[in-house]
Design a protein. Structure first.
Length: 550
């Protein structure tokens, strides 16, 4: 197969770390491993409180903790120097770094583009952020990883507004997508809008081949550097990178047109940004701004992603959507989903135009110039007002191409739009996967002959007025996953209480029908039994009740 015109193979991109020096990458990894420059190692140095503050981009507690640790134990000096250099962005003496990183030394760091000399001072400053990243092993001892991730210095690590081709590091959105993704072994996966490669690292642990795309050459350069720096932990052969990873330069789905993937994940540049006459790509923050007006970039991906999914393939992404005055939030997302596509949108929050503007102006440090901040804020409000937008939603999107298409066209098994703004269990990906499996089970089975059990995390609450003979409110609550609460009718509560696996759902429904003296349907309306089993199906779908043996 001829090489794609989108293929990115450069190992020496201007203003990005070099990945064409395997000897230096190997030396750097050996030095960092020996120093215990890991998530746990940094927490041990700083302490839990200062580490948590650093995760909120607050560097002062970490700086104080480093000083204290070195004062108490001189042996902490080498790790402290690396933490100061890359996490706190404090320039360091050449001799200090040479002692801390004896294999690569400062000459190697300069060669890789990770540090630069500070003119006239004899110090070296970070050119990039390089920090530990990883995740725990599974219960069976498989899957964990300890990595290092390079990205551009963040706003709290440097002065001035971020460069427009800024390569974002590990942020809340990227970790949210990591936690949301349903993990399963697949042959081919796509990381659309890879940034510094966070999603690809996880995909490489359960996918045979990963294609990572981005519109930014610098982003792909960072991803290539990160994958090769962590080649051993990611099971990648540096000499045969193409065997497991393909890096593509291009916009949205253009670099993979005509291809199909079993899984697509994307944290796209979904931030809604005012468009200006005469602007070009150089005026946009490429890590967050896709260059389209309003929420068009999310709309185009929701509509277009099914075309690159293999039969049964799924896509998961994050996104923003506009909510016009007088409408429900789900109206726009519903209009984007093509017929026959399974879709599940979960809105996690909705903010006002003012809150939205404040968030993203602060994100790029655009508040440091008062007049610029005023003009940019006004542009956001005018842009939203031009489309009568009163709110902006943020949430998670799951899409699936049906595995088989009937003669009359595919009927979606799952088409759901819901709002969940309270805290949920993380990672939520396994719970989302289980929910999809339950929807598939309901589509293929009938409840009548099914034995049901109450899920192990479910509890019941009953509330009644003092002196009342019966409860006025009966609730089922989940302690895990999406932590839903369901309001039960008296008959549905009676049904749930009988779900111990002995009787089938049909038998329980029949017993309740006889006990309550419920009559048959009237005027074509559903019968008591039909209504009850429909409600039971919803409890199965949401995981309150489970088929015995599943």
């Amino acid at each position: 197969m001829p090489e794609s015109r989108f293929e990115f193979t450069a190992g020496n991109t201007p203003d990005a770390p070099r990945s064409d020096r395997p000897d230096l990458l190997h030396a750097l990894a050996a030095d960092l491993r020996r120093l215990d420059y890991t998530l746990d190692g940094v927490v041990r140095l700083l302490g839990p409180s200062a580490s948590a503050a650093l995760n909120r981009d607050q560097v002062i507690p970490a700086a104080l903790a480093v000083d204290r640790a070195v004062g108490e134990d001189a042996a902490a000096g080498p790790l402290a120097a690396v933490v100061r250099l890359w996490l706190l962005a404090e320039p360091q003496e050449k001799a200090t770094l040479d002692a801390a990183l004896p294999e690569i030394r400062t000459e190697g760091l300069v060669e890789l583009g990770l540090v630069r000399p500070v003119p006239g001072s004899g110090l070296l400053a970070a050119r990039a952020d390089l920090r530990p990243y990883g995740w725990d092993k599974n219960d069976d001892g498989s899957g964990g990883a300890e990595l290092w991730v390079a990205s551009d210095l963040a706003a709290h690590q440097q002065e001035g507004v971020l460069r427009h081709d800024h390569v974002l590091g590990i942020g809340q959105a990227s970790t949210t997508l990591v936690q949301t993704t349903i993990r399963r072994h697949t042959a081919r996966a796509l990381d659309l809008g890879t940034g510094c490669g966070i999603q690809s690292f996880h995909l490489l642990h359960h996918c045979e081949h990963v294609t990572a795309t981005d519109i930014s050459e610098r982003a792909l350069a960072f991803t290539r550097f990160n994958i090769l720096l962590n080649a051993e932990a990611l099971s990648v052969d540096p000499d045969r990178l193409a065997g497991r990873v393909s890096l593509r330069l291009g916009s949205l789905l253009e670099p993979v047109a005509g291809e199909e993937f079993d899984l697509v994940v994307s944290n796209p540049p979904f931030v809604i940004t005012p468009r200006r006459a005469g602007e070009d790509a150089a005026d946009q923050f490429t890590y967050r701004d896709g260059g389209l007006p309003g929420d068009d970039i999310v709309a185009s991906l929701v509509a277009g992603l099914p075309a690159v999914l293999a039969p049964g393939g799924t896509a998961q992404m994050l996104g923003n959507w506009e909510v016009a005055a007088g409408t429900e939030w789900q109206e726009r997302p519903q209009s984007w989903v093509k017929p026959g596509t399974d879709a599940w949108f979960i809105q996690r929050e909705q903010v006002s135009p003012e809150q939205y503007a404040e968030t993203w102006l602060q994100d790029a440090s655009e508040g440091r110039d008062r007049q610029h901040y005023r003009d940019a804020y006004a542009a956001y409000l005018a842009d939203f007002a031009s489309r009568d937008v009163e709110g902006i939603g943020f949430g998670m999107v799951w899409l699936r191409r049906p595995a088989a298409v009937s003669a009359g066209g595919p009927e979606p098994v799952l088409r759901r739009f819901e709002e969940i703004t309270y805290p949920i269990e993380q990672p939520v990906g396994p719970h989302l996967g289980a929910a999809v499996e339950r929807c598939d089970w309901l589509a293929a089975n009938t409840l009548e002959d099914t034995h049901l059990l109450v899920a192990g995390d479910v509890t019941e609450e009953r509330h009644q007025r003092p002196g009342a003979e019966h409860p006025g409110v009966i609730l089922l609550r989940q302690g895990a996953g999406l932590r839903r609460t369901n309001l039960l009718s008296t008959e549905l509560a009676g049904f749930v209480s009988a779900c111990d696996g002995d009787l089938t759902a049909g038998q329980i429904a029949g017993a309740l029908e006889a006990l309550l003296g419920a009559g048959g349907p009237a005027g074509g309306a559903p019968s008591f039994r039909e209504r009850l089993l429909a409600d039971v199906g919803n409890l199965v779908r949401d995981g309150f009740l489970l088929p015995a043996g599943t």
